[in-house]
Design a protein around this ligand. Structure first.
Ligand SMILES: Cc1cc2nc3c(=O)[nH]c(=O)nc-3n(C[C@H](O)[C@H](O)[C@H](O)COP(=O)(O)OP(=O)(O)OC[C@H]3O[C@@H](n4cnc5c(N)ncnc54)[C@H](O)[C@@H]3O)c2cc1C
Length: 343
């Protein structure tokens, strides 16, 4: 394999019902930085049916080029048909880096493609960088039970591939003045040749509103002591229009269901304001919330690691501080007429 033949950074643009997934736009933001450092172009790969109009969104999101394959067989995601398209494009144009969202479809596709291209894949990456001199992607992720961050390199094969967790990277502000190239490719696919058929896609409507969408989160830790004390956090959340989440220890104690756990093995969140109350700030927790815009930590231990990522820190007993905050927030005039705006 001649590594020098491979050039450019690619992002798989995942779309569902012709709406681009947020993680794909986040990857264009991250990919832009990598491409600029390597002095190469950034391309999006857009597959589906009736998806050509989305190509301009990929360009305004940061891409220089968009490879588009628009075909009726690509209407719904299937490993076989999507993999065929990616193989065609990757073998023809030879990207050096190829990023996918760590969504169910992104993970499925990336692993199938990595196997067929005989290259490496780093799964569930939370940090990306490049070693420019050696043109190596540095894909970092928690490893060994989350006790260390491992940086994984793919030295001998191309493309260097990674799946990246949603909500970890930042999308760019859409730039409508950006110009880019749309490259349409054709592929011969026949529905009757497909080994899997999609009869129906059933949307999960039972899931509660996702923490990932919340603007303000009050996260409680084990230091709240017991379920009754934890109830204080609901009162605070209700006062300021926030959602409640917790650490893994809180979930294990049975104070919250698992879908409200934040961190490496729970949700990744990026609210505008994140209250971390009686949370120690273990690395496995921090990877899931460190990109929040404002982090307010309340902890009685001044040396708690959560203060290392906090924007504001309050050292003290949460049982005294939270009732005072609730009292104060209730006095905020804008809250008396309805909702506080966090826009
Ligand atoms: C593979 C793996 C995956 C993991 N995944 C996750 C994950 O997804 N999410 C996650 O959260 N954790 C995860 N963990 C667990 C993580 O390592 C920590 O154990 C956990 O985050 C600690 O939770 P905590 O901060 O609630 O509790 P503790 O670490 O016990 O911290 C309690 C904090 O409360 C403070 N405190 C105590 N009383 C008060 C008071 N009255 N007022 C103010 N502060 C007080 C203490 O000073 C302390 O800092 C994972 C661990 C592993 C090994």
């Amino acid at each position: 394999m001649k590594l020098e033949e491979y050039q450019g950074v690619w992002v798989f643009i995942e779309q569902n019902d012709r709406v681009i997934e947020g993680v794909s736009l986040e990857l264009l933001g991250a990919g832009r930085k990598l491409a600029d450092k390597l002095n190469v172009s950034l391309a999006g790969v857009l597959l589906g049916e009736g998806i050509k109009p989305l190509a301009s969104e990929v360009i305004t999101g940061g891409a220089d080029e968009v490879y588009v394959i628009d075909h009726p067989v690509l209407k719904d995601y299937r490993t076989e048909s999507y993999m065929k398209c990616i193989m065609l494009l990757a073998e023809k144009y030879k990207p050096e880096i190829f990023l996918y969202g760590a969504t169910p479809n992104g993970k499925d596709l990336a692993s199938a493609v990595a196997t067929d291209l005989n290259t490496g894949l780093t799964a569930d990456t939370t940090m990306l960088d490049v070693d420019v001199d050696n043109r190596l992607l540095e894909a970092s992720r928690p490893a060994f039970g989350g006790n260390i961050m491992a940086t994984i390199l793919c030295k001998k094969h191309r493309p260097q591939m990674a799946t990246v967790r949603p909500k970890v990277m930042k999308a760019l502000e859409p730039d409508t003045a950006r110009a880019g190239k749309i490259i349409e490719e054709t592929i011969s696919l026949a529905e009757e040749d497909m080994r899997t058929k999609v009869f129906q896609i059933v949307k999960d409507v039972t899931k509660k509103a996702s923490l990932a969408e919340a603007h303000v989160i009050v996260c409680g830790g084990k230091g709240m002591g017991d379920l009754q004390n934890f109830g204080l956090l609901y009162e605070l959340a209700e006062t300021i229009g926030a959602s409640v989440g917790g650490t893994r220890d809180v979930v294990e104690a049975g104070w919250l269901p698992h879908h409200l756990q934040i961190g490496q093995t729970g949700e990744t969140v990026t609210p505008k304001i994140y209250f971390a109350v009686a949370v120690s700030g273990a690395i496995q927790h921090v990877v899931g919330m460190k990109n929040s815009e404002i982090i307010i930590a309340i902890n009685k231990d001044p040396n708690a690691p959560i203060f290392d990522v906090a924007t504001y820190g309050i050292v003290g007993d949460a049982m005294e501080i939270i009732p005072k905050l609730i009292e104060e927030f209730k006095q905020v005039p804008i809250n008396q007429g309805g909702e506080i705006s966090y826009a």
